[in-house]
Design a protein around this ligand. Structure first.
Ligand SMILES: [Zn+2]
Length: 238
């Protein structure tokens, strides 16, 4: 066989590539339809014997004190709003680079505002491997004895002796949701996911507060393992 590609082959290859792109974008006639309507129909309602909870997938992110914002971005710098999140939090336009002890880095890590009393970096287990660090699975805010990490911004850098964690999966809910599901703040429940990679996730922490709307927060590793995305629903099975 000659190494040359004929005009016909080029056309066939191009067609195959285009078909693949269309399939992946979910716009092809035969591609599976996006499950629209799932969210609004079942959110917070009993369905098939379980309580449906919408999923929010958290990518790696950073919480900072104002003092650390000053070091990274300049004195009295104010984070700017990119988009609003639940409970008065927001994704800021600003990002930082995080660097592990082996000098391996991840760039463009989103900052979540507003500023907090303690700086904290939340990554996935895959990120920890990439950074060459061992980070514990913890609830947000529980950083005592967690892993070290350096943060680099446009105006400076900080080194956190502790503050790097893999966030423990959790469900935010209002007191009304807690009452109707029969769970309390601090409980741990199991949830079931559907789709091709159907999975049961155990040890999902319940967090109840007036400012919360019903949502399960998992990281990108957990979402990918279960084949689910932001906007999908899981069933609380206790
Ligand atoms: Zn959360």
């Amino acid at each position: 066989m000659s190494g040359k590609i004929s005009g016909y082959d080029v056309e066939m290859i191009a067609k195959a590539v285009i078909e693949t792109i269309i399939e992946q974008a979910g716009v092809g006639e035969n591609s599976p339809k996006k499950q629209s309507g799932v969210w609004e129909n079942v959110e917070g309602s009993r369905f098939d014997g379980g309580y449906m909870v919408p999923v929010g997938v958290s990518a790696r992110h950073v919480h900072l004190t104002q003092e650390h914002v000053d070091v990274l971005f300049g004195k009295d710098y104010q984070l700017t709003l990119k988009n609003k999140l639940m409970g008065g939090q927001y994704a800021a336009k600003e990002t930082v680079t995080i660097v592990g002890l082996k000098l391996r880095a991840i760039e463009n890590v989103r900052i979540l505002g507003p500023v907090r009393r303690c700086s904290q970096v939340e990554i996935s287990a895959t990120d920890a491997v990439k950074l060459g660090v061992k980070a514990p699975v913890r609830e947000s805010g529980d950083v005592a004895g967690s892993a070290a990490i350096a943060l680099v911004g446009p105006q400076g850098a900080i080194y956190l002796e502790e503050g790097l964690i893999i966030a423990k999966r959790h469900i935010h809910m209002s007191p009304a949701d807690a009452a109707s599901t029969g769970v309390s703040d601090g409980d741990r429940v199991a949830v079931a996911t559907e789709r091709e990679r159907a999975t049961v996730l155990h040890n999902v922490q319940i967090r109840v507060d007036d400012s919360f709307t019903l949502e399960m927060h998992i990281d990108t590793d957990e979402a990918n393992a279960a084949g689910i995305a932001t906007g999908d629903c899981v069933t609380l099975i206790r």
